[in-house]
Design a protein around this ligand. Sequence first.
Ligand SMILES: Nc1ncnc2c1ncn2[C@@H]1O[C@H](COP(=O)(O)OP(=O)(O)OP(=O)(O)O)[C@@H](O)[C@H]1O
Ligand SMILES: [Mg+2]
Length: 288
Amino acid sequence: MELNLNKLTKQYGSKLAVDRVTLTLQPGLTALLGANGSGKTTLLRMIVDIIKPTSGEIFYDGKNIMKLKEQYLCDIGYMPQHLGMYPNFKVEEFLYYMATLKGLKKSYAKIQIDKLLHKVNLEEKRHHKIKTLSGGMYQRLGIAVCLLNDPKIVILDEPTAGLDPKERMNFKNLISSISQDKIVILSTHIVSDISEIADRIMIMKDGSIISYDRPEVLLKEMEGKVYALTVPNDNVVNYEKYTIVNRKVGREETYLHLLSDEKIEGATLLTPDLNDLYLYHFKDGEEF
Ligand SMILES: Nc1ncnc2c1ncn2[C@@H]1O[C@H](COP(=O)(O)OP(=O)(O)OP(=O)(O)O)[C@@H](O)[C@H]1O
Ligand SMILES: [Mg+2]
């Protein structure tokens, strides 16, 4: 199973939101990392065929999705960035409603709903109204809706937004458990959400994918760029030209964790992690 994006481009007026993205996606979890406004949602909405590209194509196992139409959409599960689920519906009722919209047969819908309520750990909430769910439960219901049609391609746009650390961890395990035999793309700006579970990482900046590879390959490229050192407090100013990942200010000295392309005298090299990688690409003061 393969999804090929070929020079996929989206222009909104004079704004080039996605710029000639060309890449191949395979089963496993691909994390899409990028700052606000970098084009993540636009790219994902083109993949799920909600918006049409200005130019470029998408091929699913070699066939243009414009020709496959419904056949392609049947294989897609999408969890949008801003979930709008009816607050007065009960959990199970909403799942049946969505199953009908997705064209599932009643008997198949029942099997799927029972299975998914178990998978997302909402069995006990089956007869509760959506408005009574916690943030984490609400997001898990969103995942269940997305998986109703047993999609082969799962697109999750910032699914962990608004979750607390424990909910984040549960959600991470859930996503990891569905990623084996599906093409899963998960966009986020929270690096820890995808560390250890991403098979591939895409970094998007200003509409382009500037990096796309296995995490270990991307981290290898960061080797020799991550430093730690402790300096007298009044000397910190000399290091502000670097990207400071972390600083711990003591009474007289400050510990600095920095990113630099050039060697920093007297500093110790650290093993890069994904947070270093992300900040390296968004060091120019972009909001994220
Ligand atoms: N319908 C639209 N009309 C005009 N401009 C748009 C539209 N949708 C998005 N944009 C612009 O395209 C760019 C990419 O937006 P997009 O929502 O894809 O970014 P994003 O990476 O998902 O951001 P975020 O992290 O905030 O969700 C932004 O500059 C945005 O303002
Ligand atoms: Mg977005």
